[in-house]
Design a protein around this ligand. Structure first.
Ligand SMILES: *Cc1c(COP(=O)(O)O)cnc(C)c1O
Length: 478
């Protein structure tokens, strides 16, 4: 029989979709699978087999197919696997063993229990989102967080939009559309690829006026740049990079004095805003929101989910007259924040009334300030869990490394930490990394010095056992 005849025979023997669908009725797994998913899964698997036969890719022989029942049960097994993966959510719990606390790719900040509980309550109920209960009429969406934001920051007025990129866009558009905005060349930063100060400036309809040089900008540079059509002096936190060495920059306070002299508003984009002075905890100094407000800036913007440790949001605080204009800008509607975010944000902000409580209850802050002895204890526990698997090929070491704050905050700061470094005899470190990444839940670590390294700073207590199971399963298959 020539090759083509053989293929034709095999194709003829391949069970049809309807046939497999009929057989699937005997399989309890499919009871809770919607018909559309079942049919799609069967079709995919049968198509794959057909293509494999046509390309002569797989070792499919007539023998495989003559045993009709055998092939059907084989196909059903594959269909279950596919249907299972179609049915499970794409967005899933992932274990962060990178040691980067505010990891943008892994969802930035974890919410505090308070915020999660409030989120749960508000999301399943009606709320007074835009209803003023005392006046009995329509209210304002972000009013539930305005008072706490003013209380914490010392600002006259506050509002919140979808994220900080949106906050910057909205402020620029409101304050200085069609006018020049003066920024230091050292602050024309790009954050996470898609947010570049010059591009946001262009989108907001403002004209960028660069001053100074990359490493040195002086007050005189700002003053010389001021013209009749200058609408704003802007300071941008350089977030994810640092200029070191022969440098000079102008403080926000000096910029405010200059702005006052020429009647030009001053704005600061803090990026990762914080209410906590990290220098009190042995870390480098990040400007706080309160300090920026006290310096007299007209508007200050920052993220909700970076060092603040809340949900994704862009917070705007500042002088009432400018905030009133911002609130009336039609763009606010396009950038508006939803009730789930508001519920989580309000709870998070309320924790800041007691900074010690905030440090203990907000996971981002807790992970940044946890004593290294506690991280070491976790590393030891993980080591024990892994040793209990009892596989002699597995070798675990506790090693010293450093963690990063992430989220464009404290870029130069290396926070001493403890990691578990794993090797498996007879298995490449790349396969370990890959296996951990496709595990459910995925475990994201890194490869260094031919070891798979997990930084325990960002691993939650209840995730130690899950990592243990992942290794157990991996070793069973290896
Ligand atoms: C992160 C950052 C932004 C963008 O904030 P998102 O909340 O991610 O939109 C803007 N400016 C600076 C300086 C930042 O660090």
């Amino acid at each position: 029989m020539d090759v083509n005849d053989n293929k034709k025979t095999l194709l003829r023997m391949l069970p049809g979709v309807d046939n497999i669908l009929e057989h699937s009725k005997t399989e309890p797994f499919f009871e809770n699978i919607p018909k559309s998913v079942l049919v799609r899964s069967i079709r995919n698997i049968v198509d794959d087999l057909r293509n494999a036969i046509l390309d002569g890719r797989q070792n499919i022989t007539e023998n495989d197919l003559t045993e009709k029942n055998l092939i059907v049960s084989k196909i059903l097994k594959k269909v279950i696997g596919l249907a299972e993966s179609i049915m499970s959510p794409n967005l899933m719990h992932t274990i962060n063993a990178t040691g980067v606390v505010v990891h943008t790719n892994l969802g930035r900040s974890l919410l505090s229990t308070d915020a999660v509980e409030n989120l749960l309550l508000i999301s399943g109920r009606y709320s007074n989102l835009e209803f003023d209960l005392s006046a009995g009429k329509r209210g304002i969406r972000y009013s539930c967080v305005e008072d706490i934001l003013c209380e914490l920051s010392g600002a006259e007025s506050a509002m919140v939009v979808n994220n900080n990129a949106g906050a910057v866009l909205l402020c620029l558009e409101t304050i200085a559309r069609g006018k020049k905005v003066v920024v230091s060349r050292g602050e024309l930063v790009e954050i996470g690829g898609s947010f570049r100060i010059p591009d946001v400036m262009a989108k907001s309809g403002c004209i960028l006026k660069e001053v100074g040089t990359t490493n040195r900008t002086r007050l005189k540079d700002y003053e010389n740049a001021i013209e009749n059509d200058t609408g704003l002096l802007l300071k941008v936190h350089t977030s994810n990079y640092s200029i070191v060495g022969f440098t000079a920059s102008v403080s926000l306070k000096e910029m405010v004095e200059l702005g006052t002299k020429y009647h030009i508003p001053v704005m600061e984009d803090l990026g990762s805003g914080t209410f906590i002075d990290f220098s009190k905890y042995g870390m480098s100094k990040e400007p706080t929101v309160q300090e920026s407000v006290a310096s007299g800036a007209d508007v200050v913007t920052f993220s909700g989910d970076k060092l603040l440790g809340g949900p994704q949001a862009g917070i705007i605080v500042g002088k009432k007259d400018i905030l009133d204009k911002i609130k009336q800008n039609p763009l606010t509607r396009a950038l508006r924040i939803d009730k789930l975010t508001l519920a989580a944000l309000e709870s998070t902000m309320r924790l800041y009334r007691d900074p010690d409580k905030a440090l203990e209850k907000i996971p981002t802050l807790r992970m940044l300030t946890v004593p290294i002895s506690q991280i070491e204890e976790k590393a030891r526990q993980l080591g024990m869990i892994l040793e209990d698997i009892g596989n002699l090929n597995l070798c675990v070491k506790i090693i010293d490394r450093s963690s990063k704050a992430g989220g464009g905050a404290l870029p130069l700061l290396d926070i001493p930490t403890k990691c578990a470094g794993v090797k498996v005899k007879g298995m490449s470190v790349n396969s370990i990394e890959r296996y951990m990444r496709v595990n459910r839940p995925p475990v994201i670590g890194r490869i260094e010095e031919d070891m798979f390294i997990m930084d325990l700073r960002t691993v939650q207590d209840d995730e130690l056992q899950m990592i243990g199971e992942a290794f157990n399963n991996m070793l069973k298959r290896a």
